[in-house]
Ligand binder design. Structure first.
Ligand code: ADP
Ligand code: MG
Length: 302
């Protein structure tokens, strides 16, 4: 076995990534589909525990679309999406807030705590973290974030245990100037929080391998221009259209790496952060031109 292929080299590379990310904060957005499967949530929380244990701080933002659909159906309420955003009536808003903040958020926090990770669940209404206005009359109570108040998130991150911070788990419900609740697309909540906190790396865990092209093949790497093109040519639709718009915003506002991959990929988070292989689709402002799935993410040891 040549020295380049010894297991030691893999360990050294991994330690390099650990060194690179220790002391930084990453934002992870958990899509609604993954949250339907509690066994998967347990696995993801175990991975988050490992990531945190090497000194990487984590901010978690979650969706909850399928749970909301279930609750609306139980109440005989119909819904409609426009470009991946749910038209939200005041009656639906109550159900959405109850589901996201009362159920989905609580379950994630309990599971994290069970995995040995201190986590505190909040919604964007706590301490006016996500201050919103109406995005458009047509969308009803869909909120556009006017301001992210980071103080409370930072307070949670700075609540240390053995030198490592607590994980804020954030439900995408915002508050307006009259105290009214807003339904925020979770991807928007994720990127706006990342931007406000100066986070460089955002990971979207979704129900696809990443962004797919017209032939349903995974696109491994995209720059902002290429992503814009996929939006204009309608290759991305529905939820992925909404997500792609948020990715563009993130890349143009200080986030350097956005990763989109399947929450079901075993240990995908660990693989993405601590190995040489990239997973899913990686989006950067300008492409580095490499096939990231097969080549090192960066040359740590030339
Ligand atoms: P999430 O919970 O991750 O936000 P969404 O349902 O909002 O998930 O968005 C993901 C969905 O977007 C996929 O399940 C898929 O149906 C849809 N989609 C549309 N176009 C694409 C594309 N080009 N690549 C991947 N997914 C796409
Ligand atoms: Mg979505």
């Amino acid at each position: 076995m040549s020295q380049a292929n010894t297991p030691t080299r893999g360990v050294i590379a991994t330690l390099g990534y650990v060194k690179k990310f220790a002391g930084t904060t990453v934002l992870i957005k958990l899509g609604g589909a993954a949250l339907q499967d509690q066994k998967l949530v347990v696995k993801l929380c175990d991975d988050l525990s490992l990531i945190r244990s090497v000194g990487v701080s984590i901010v978690l933002v979650h969706g909850g679309g399928p749970s909301i659909n279930h609750e609306l159906t139980l109440r005989g309420i119909n819904w409609e999406f426009v470009d991946g955003l749910r038209i939200t009536t005041p009656q639906m808003m109550d159900v959405i807030e109850m589901t996201l903040c009362g159920n989905v958020n609580r379950k994630i926090v309990r599971t994290l705590n069970q995995s040995g990770v201190p986590a505190v669940g909040i919604s964007g209404t706590d301490a006016s973290t996500l201050f919103c206005k109406k995005q458009s009359a047509k969308l009803g109570q869909v909120g556009e974030i006017s301001k992210v108040n980071t103080a409370y998130i930072n307070a949670i991150l700075n609540t240390q245990e053995k030198g490592i911070g607590t994980i804020p788990v954030i439900a995408p419900v915002g508050v307006g100037k009259n105290g009214e609740a807003y339904n925020i697309n979770a991807d928007w909540a994720a990127v706006r929080i990342a931007e406000a906190l100066g986070i460089k790396k955002v990971l979207f865990l979704t129900d696809q391998e990443g962004i797919l092209d017209l032939e349903q093949k995974l696109i491994q790497e995209l720059d902002a221009g290429e992503l814009e093109n996929l939006i204009e040519t309608s290759v991305v639709k529905g939820g992925m259209l909404a997500k792609s718009r948020t990715v563009l915003h993130a890349l143009r506002n200080g986030v350097t790496d956005v990763h989109i991959f399947n929450a079901r990929r075993p240990n995908g988070l660990i693989e993405e952060l601590f190995t040489e292989r990239g997973v899913g689709t990686v989006c950067r402002l300008r492409s580095r031109g490499a096939n990231i799935s097969n080549t090192p993410k960066e040359t740590l040891y030339a």
